[in-house]
Design a protein around this ligand. Structure first.
Ligand SMILES: C[S@@+](CC[C@H](N)C(=O)[O-])C[C@H]1O[C@@H](n2cnc3c(N)ncnc32)[C@H](O)[C@@H]1O
Length: 384
């Protein structure tokens, strides 16, 4: 009976779909090539619903809807273009420079007869960064960047929260700087905008992505400035950096590969939630620990490092920081201290929403009125 049903079913299947279609027009739908049975974006959402509802509790539904909605951008003004003119144009669009606004509001009022050091001068923030955003609730978009009169592009569009790790790094004039996972280069460009780099090593394992980084640098930074900042672009495995150049850099940025939560919910292409990439995804925290450890080994004792991701996952954020600090203490007797960045929450509260309960580091969470992030960043000082 079962065999009969099977044969009938096969016969029906053979005839039914194309019964009225002439043979020459028949074609099979290519599910595998066009519409995956389990789209990676759906798998990402399932995964986030499971883990983030536990991690964020009541906050998760609002973070979720924001992640699924259109993201906001910031326009990082190119200081190597006619920056005052560019800033004027952005102001005319009703955008405002959230960096200078926050820092000027955050400066303490001098008490009578007392001189105070502004936070920027004391090295709390990297200087000279100007990034325009539209106000909370304003979902206007910036026009695409244009080539300015000085032969370089006028601004760079990026998630404005991506600037926070660079601001937190607190560059000082004359610093030697390493950007360990640099491509496609938004943060490298911001590091150069500070005018502080005595030399800047920008590295990324992927040669195609370092190609993109080179193109960004050529479009935004004149050759003589690249020479003056001794910009060096490499495509090495960042995990080896401690062995290559130990105890070398004043400031190190480790902006690691992660689950790129917003991208994973929107794009099938290059999505880390594809079934074939399961192992790679599971190994991410390990890779992140290795990269952060290498970054810390490359930092001079007394130097500073910022670890960042664009994921909400505690496993990829706080746990990586805490695990790496423990690993370096046990394996290398190196002491690392996490630096307090809680003042960022107050300074930038008009622009970003911060998660209030990170154990170490700060996390910008997407919010419908301020749809930036996610962006996690944690600053550390290598003590020994
Ligand atoms: C989050 S992205 C970096 C984004 C970049 N910082 C920016 O602001 O444009 C992470 C990068 O890490 C790179 N990467 C992955 N494994 C690496 C490794 N072992 N060493 C160095 N870079 C690596 C990836 O190619 C990817 O470009």
């Amino acid at each position: 009976m079962a065999a009969l049903v099977g044969r009938r079913a096969r016969d029906v299947l053979k005839r039914a779909p194309f019964a009225t279609v002439p043979r020459r027009h028949r074609h099979k739908k290519k599910w595998a090539a066009t519409e995956p049975k389990f789209p990676a974006t759906q798998l990402a959402l399932q995964n986030f619903d499971m883990t983030y509802s536990v991690q964020f509790g009541d906050l998760w539904p609002s973070i979720r809807v924001s992640l699924l909605s259109e993201q906001k951008y910031g326009a990082l003004v190119n200081n190597f273009a006619a920056w005052d003119h560019v800033s004027g144009e952005l102001e005319q669009l009703n955008a405002r420079d959230f960096v200078s606004e926050a820092i000027s509001h955050g400066e303490p009022e001098p008490e009578s007869g007392q001189t105070t050091t502004p936070p920027q001068a004391s090295g709390a923030y990297s200087p000279n960064l100007r990034c325009f955003t539209f106000a909370r609730g304003d979902v206007s978009r910036f026009p695409p960047a244009r080539l300015g009169s000085l032969g370089v592009m006028d601004y760079y569009l990026m998630d404005a929260a991506s600037l926070l790790p660079v601001l937190a790094l607190g560059l000082q004039p004359g610093d030697t700087v390493l950007d360990l996972c640099a491509a496609p280069g938004g943060k490298t460009l911001a590091l150069l905008q500070t005018g502080c780099c005595r030399n800047l090593a920008a590295n990324d394992l992927s040669t195609s992505r370092t190609g993109r980084l080179q193109r960004v640098l050529r479009s935004y930074v004149p050759q003589d400035i690249r020479d003056r900042n001794r910009v060096r672009v490499t495509s090495w495995d960042g995990r080896k950096w401690g062995e290559l150049e130990g105890d070398t850099y004043d400031r190190v940025l480790v902006d690691v590969p992660c689950t790129t939560d917003r991208h994973s919910l929107r794009e099938e292409e290059n999505n880390i939630f594809q079934r074939s990439r399961k192992k790679e995804r599971q190994m991410l925290p390990m890779l992140q620990v290795q990269l952060l450890a290498a970054g810390l080994l490359a930092t001079k004792p007394g130097g500073h490092i910022v670890y960042s991701t664009c994921s909400l996952s505690h496993l990829q954020n706080e746990y990586v920081v805490q695990g790496t600090i423990e690993f370096l203490a046990n394996q290398y007797s190196i002491k690392v201290q996490v630096e307090d960045l809680t003042h960022f929450r107050k300074l930038f509260m008009d622009t970003f929403s911060f998660f209030p309960s990170c154990q170490v580091g700060e996390l910008v969470i997407p919010n419908l009125l301020a749809n930036f992030g996610p962006m996690y960043f944690c600053k550390m000082c290598r003590l020994t």
